[in-house]
Ligand binder design. Sequence first.
Ligand SMILES: [Zn+2]
Ligand SMILES: [Zn+2]
Length: 230
Amino acid sequence: MSFFDTFFPYTCVLCGGHARKILCDECLSAVKPYSGKRCLKCSRPLPGEDNVFCTQCLKGVAFEKGFSLFLYEEIREIVYSLKYRNMPHVVHLLSSFSKEIRESKIFNGVSFLIPVPMHSKRIRKRGYNQAGLIARELSSIFHIPVIYDVLIKQKDTPPQAGLNYKQRLDNLKGAFSVKNTEKIEGKTVVLVDDVYTTGTTINQCALLLRRKGAYPRFFTLSIASPSIFP
Ligand SMILES: [Zn+2]
Ligand SMILES: [Zn+2]
């Protein structure tokens, strides 16, 4: 066994070089949580704006607040590896950023984490739900239990990518349902997903949970900057 194989047994997800864990030291130091100005409610970047809330939050959203760690554009390759390259271990990257996540206070006073569910047909195809993996990782860092039997994806919907806001909304009609609602009544819960794009999915799920007496928030690994959707 060579020196590199012993001390850097992994292949960096971003550059293919030798890595101690998921990323090599160089790539890890280049991956940075978004540190610019954010919407006070949903945490979407608001660069160069005088507002404290984004347009969408001003119109009204179903969640209490949300936090996204990275800009999607900056960690696209990592999200791809997690979703499409069968690399579920990429999710352990989150533990390197526990300080930043803690500082967001998004998990303060939270009873449960709820991954945005995927239809069972798609889970069989991919082998896992990436939102579930992220929730499990967060659960091990922050010691908050994950619940899987409250929010259910009952309809297999086509992927949201490439659809505009209105189409996304139509696409999600009747897609989710809520069960075992006594578990979440009066509780603060955090919806967990990989990417927050237009926020349609998170908002739809938050609405269903809120109707059952929960106080939903969200955490996503990344958030798309407003320029990439209408
Ligand atoms: Zn690298
Ligand atoms: Zn907002």
